[in-house]
Design a protein around this ligand. Structure first.
Ligand code: NAD
Length: 295
């Protein structure tokens, strides 16, 4: 049994914490939304009154927060680093910018605390079903300590290298995803204009060199892949707003690192238009509507 502090009990953190409770760990949670903290209490977890209470006296502290500034506040201002016992391992599972991940981990190291970044893919269903993929950055021995805890919440746990490399892996992967979804959407819209049937294009491209996840798992037109969001009017899934967040993080990182990513930049601009038109809550495969010009 591990004593775990869990901060940020929203759509992802709530079910992740629940899986830790189910596995027999002592989980003490905190969220600024009282109802989120209380619901952990109803399933066998403990309720903390503050971030500092959740962090003090734990073997491991896990955070699952919206963005980099929340992570910075919770660790540096609200008291995780000040309250955690010596030897406590810190695991940030939020998707945030690489620079903040590295700077918070450096502050943790100054306080004598090990920290890894461990963003996830797999969405809410993966969080509920404990099938998440964790992409981890940090020291080898901290990763080794984190692995058994992460295994309770996920299926694939990968050490991507030093601090921040989990975040780097996450945004590189999602840049591929955003760009490839737009490419697949453009191909279907061109096929429509050329009189080529959706199913025929799918049958050919899914077994030819155009094959990719955006086509074969998340096909953006209804029909060829019955489980894809296109068959339920683009209910998410993974929202366009979240894709936009990740594409912007990728652009920030590319600018800071001097990497040339013109397709990533274009994808961020297109998802930005889609979001500004009020479609941030739609599944990200709904971008095909923008491409068709009838959003
Ligand atoms: P969410 O908004 O549902 O949950 C975040 C929680 O953090 C909220 O309950 C909020 O009240 C809480 N919070 C904010 N500031 C806090 C503070 N100072 N102290 C304590 N609690 C605080 O978001 P989510 O969907 O659970 O996503 C969390 C992270 O996971 C994000 O970084 C997101 O990009 C990433 N992610 C989400 C998904 C998904 O499908 N939802 C998939 C992969 C990654």
């Amino acid at each position: 049994m591990t004593k775990i502090g869990f901060i940020g009990l929203g759509n992802m953190g709530g079910p992740m914490a629940a899986n830790l409770v189910k596995a027999g760990h002592e989980v003490t949670g905190f969220d600024i939304v009282a109802a989120h903290t209380e619901s952990l209490g109803t399933i066998g977890g403990h309720v903390a009154a503050t971030v500092a209470d959740a962090a003090a006296g734990r073997d491991v502290v896990i955070t699952m927060l919206p963005a980099g500034h929340h992570v910075q506040d919770v660790y540096l201002n609200d008291g995780v680093l000040a309250s955690a016992d010596p030897g406590t391992l810190l695991i940030d599972c939020s998707t945030i910018d690489v620079a903040t991940a590295r700077s918070v981990a450096a502050e943790a190291a100054k306080a004598g605390l090990g920290m890894i970044d461990a963003p996830v893919s797999g969405g809410i269903m993966g969080a509920e079903g404990a099938t998440l993929t964790f992409m981890c950055g940090g020291e080898e021995d901290d990763f080794a300590k984190a692995e058994p805890v992460l295994q309770v919440m996920g299926k694939t746990i990968i050490h991507a290298g030093g601090s921040g490399n989990g975040q780097a892996a996450k945004i590189c992967n999602n840049m591929i995803l955003g760009v490839s979804m737009i490419a697949v959407g453009e191909a279907f819209v061109l096929a429509e204009k050329l009189g080529l049937d959706h199913q025929k294009l799918f049958d050919i491209s899914s077994t030819a060199s155009g094959q990719c996840w955006s086509l074969t798992t998340y096909c953006p037109v209804p029909g060829p892949v019955p489980t894809s969001p296109a068959n339920r009017d683009y209910a998410p899934g993974f929202t366009a707003g979240m894709m936009l967040k990740d594409l912007r993080l990728a652009q920030d990182a590319a600018n800071a690192a001097g990497a040339v990513t013109p397709l990533g930049a274009e994808a961020a601009a297109l998802y930005g238009l889609f979001d500004a038109a009020g479609h941030g809550g739609v599944d990200f495969s709904g971008i095909i509507k923008l491409i068709r010009g009838n959003q």
